[in-house]
Design a protein. Structure first.
Length: 292
């Protein structure tokens, strides 16, 4: 079955959401609508729709003009088995003692490694992205240094691969949170697939705004693989919910953004202990008040 996309960009969240709502009334109807802020500091918003029939380009042009958006770009996507493609492209990932793999690569498990099963359909957070890989390597680095945690928070958990890694190596409280309930459901499914149901508590929350997160604070380790903007905004919360001598592992940071993030966290009582670049992404390991 063919799939068509119609994409445009514009300024202003309210107008972008209004355009997204208006697209719901198109004929043929879209099968899905997305409204996202472009994370490049431009202030632009992307509005897009997916269609199983070719969309009405005249109607799209009218909507674009009415909401002062750029003209829609309509494309037809090839009829592809995307999960099969991902399985072919995504080889298992080794990050120190951790081994991230899909079930199709279960026979490649090396001896002595800590397994983390993430299916290919869960594309973000498989370990192949430089941010996730960087966080796993940072966790491996802390373990090599003898660090141990009894309370861990994975903020913006996605697939919960980082929370699962922490729960594999330490006994204690591990909480994985995300602002998206779909991500929370994916996290729960991944825990079940790894035989880890109950070892990580998965909750929907923004930052530390949840009774369960507050009840377990302060944490020994906070993992946050999100983006520069939310990381900067969360810096006071992470400082308030991390014990003295604890660590924060931060990623989702472009290399050129890393100095700004370090500066903000230093103002909140953190010292940079490790910085790792993988491709265009930086992972930071920061200690609160001089951890050793």
């Amino acid at each position: 079955m063919p799939t068509f996309t119609a994409l445009t960009t514009m300024t202003g969240k309210k107008a972008a959401e209004g355009l997204g709502d208006a697209m719901e009334r198109l004929d043929p109807e879209p099968t899905g609508i997305g409204v996202f802020e472009v994370e490049d500091g431009s202030g632009l918003w992307e509005v897009g729709g997916y269609f199983t029939e070719a969309p009405d380009e005249t109607a799209l042009a009218v909507l674009a003009a009415a909401f002062e958006a750029k003209p829609f770009v309509v494309s037809e996507l090839p009829d592809t088995d995307w999960v099969a493609n991902v399985r072919r492209e995504l080889a298992p990932v080794e990050a120190g003692r951790f081994f991230v793999y899909g079930s199709h690569d279960a026979d490649k498990m090396p001896e002595g490694r800590i397994p983390l099963l993430i299916e290919a359909a869960m594309a973000f957070g498989t370990g192949h992205h430089g941010t996730t890989l960087g966080c796993l390597k940072a966790l491996d680095h802390l373990l090599d240094g003898g660090f141990a945690a009894t309370k861990v928070a994975d903020i913006g958990c996605g697939t919960a691969v980082l929370a699962m890694a922490a729960a594999r190596v330490w006994d204690g409280v591990v909480i994985a949170s995300d602002i998206d309930q779909v991500a929370v459901d994916v996290a729960e499914a991944n825990l079940k697939a790894n035989g880890m149901s109950g070892q990580v508590k998965c909750i929907e929350a923004a930052g530390f705004d949840h009774p369960d997160l507050q009840a377990s604070a302060p944490y020994d380790l906070v993992l946050a693989n999100i983006l520069k903007g939310p990381l900067v905004a969360l810096s006071p919360e992470i400082a308030a919910n991390l014990r003295d001598g604890g660590y924060a592992v931060l990623s989702g940071i472009l290399n050129e953004q890393a100095d700004d993030v370090v500066s903000v966290y230093s103002q909140n009582g953190f010292n940079l202990t490790k910085r790792d670049e993988i491709g265009e992404w930086t992972t930071l390991v920061l200690s609160k008040q001089g951890a050793i």
